[in-house]
Design a protein around this ligand. Structure first.
Ligand SMILES: Nc1ncnc2c1ncn2[C@@H]1O[C@H](COP(=O)(O)OP(=O)(O)OP(=O)(O)O)[C@@H](O)[C@H]1O
Length: 280
């Protein structure tokens, strides 16, 4: 593996079968020390659709999402965002080549991510949180950033909370600000890592509704979630991860329909109280 300048952009992928892949994961493994957490993942996340990544605790869902966001480096394998390699590109000898930091930054900036924890700046208002990266990273004028930021807060139903500080907002509202903050950077793909996991049950609905709206607007979403009801009703693709392997990848009907894969059936039984009943 060697550090090189960015590879020349690939020939247009428009004619290839992968043309509609917003994210293409090929042969990704991830090891932490001696422990293999991802054991060779191939996944295509289609453009303009919602893909839900489900699976038991510890199966590697967050790790896969973090590899896609390049917050973790896959041990082997490659990831492309709309045909552009992120971090590593396939080398002619079948290995991979590390790309330049500039290339990594450029491709990463096309991905938005929402975490379980909201990670808002406590000393900034909701609008300040949404605008910060627009001003400091995208070099937008403050007034322009605020106009764009207000539009994003409206999108998540929080225009009337723009001047509130995080401590004055509920957990659900804070997470919606975090979503607006990610949307403000106009990402091509939005990654969600269990966005409702730290919320009280009565607050999860408002966040899931915002995500449902985004899905309905044709945005590309990849969502790690234990909300099986959401996955079954909003997800157009379901990927089921188990012990670091992608056991199932298909439409909700293909994945949840009978006969069910025994590991999925076992997993769903565990989560039946979390909305899986809505599946059948
Ligand atoms: N930085 C790390 N160092 C060592 N091990 C890690 C690290 N991050 C994750 N792991 C391990 O990798 C495995 C998969 O973790 P991961 O968080 O990806 O699973 P998950 O499916 O998202 O689980 P959950 O649903 O509980 O969030 C776990 O055994 C975890 O302990």
């Amino acid at each position: 593996m060697s550090d090189t300048a960015p590879l020349a952009p690939r020939a247009s992928t428009a004619e290839t079968p992968e043309a509609d892949a917003a994210v293409l994961v090929r042969g990704v493994t991830k090891r932490f020390g001696d422990t293999e957490v991802l054991a060779g993942i191939d996944l295509k996340v289609p453009t303009g659709a919602t893909t839900c990544l489900i699976g038991p605790s510890g199966s590697g869902k967050s790790t896969l999402l973090r590899c896609i966001a390049f917050l973790e480096e896959a041990t082997t394998g490659t990831i492309e965002i709309h045909g552009d390699p992120l971090g590593f590109a396939e080398a002619p000898d079948g290995g991979r080549t590390r790309l330049s930091p500039q290339s990594i930054r450029a491709v990463r900036s096309r991905i938005g991510m929402v975490f379980q924890q909201f990670n808002l700046w406590p000393h900034m208002t909701a609008l300040g949180n949404v605008c910060e990266a627009l001003v400091t990273v995208r070099r937008m004028r403050r007034s322009e950033a605020e106009e764009h930021g207000m539009a994003q807060l409206s999108r998540v139903g929080l225009a009337n909370r723009a001047k509130h500080y995080p401590s004055e907002l509920s957990g659900g509202q804070q997470q919606r600000v975090a979503i607006a903050r990610a949307l403000a950077l106009d990402p091509e793909v939005m990654l969600f890592d269990e966005p409702t996991a730290s919320l009280d049950p009565e607050l999860t609905g408002e966040v899931l509704n915002v995500m449902r709206d985004l899905a309905g607007s044709g945005m590309t979403l990849l969502v790690v979630t234990h909300e099986i009801g959401f996955a079954a009703t909003v997800g157009q693709r379901i990927a089921f991860l188990d012990h670091g392997r992608l056991l199932l990848d298909g439409t909700p009907r293909e994945v949840f329909g009978e006969p069910r894969h025994p590991r999925l059936a076992q997993f769903l039984e565990t989560y039946l109280d979390r909305g899986a009943a809505a599946l059948v």
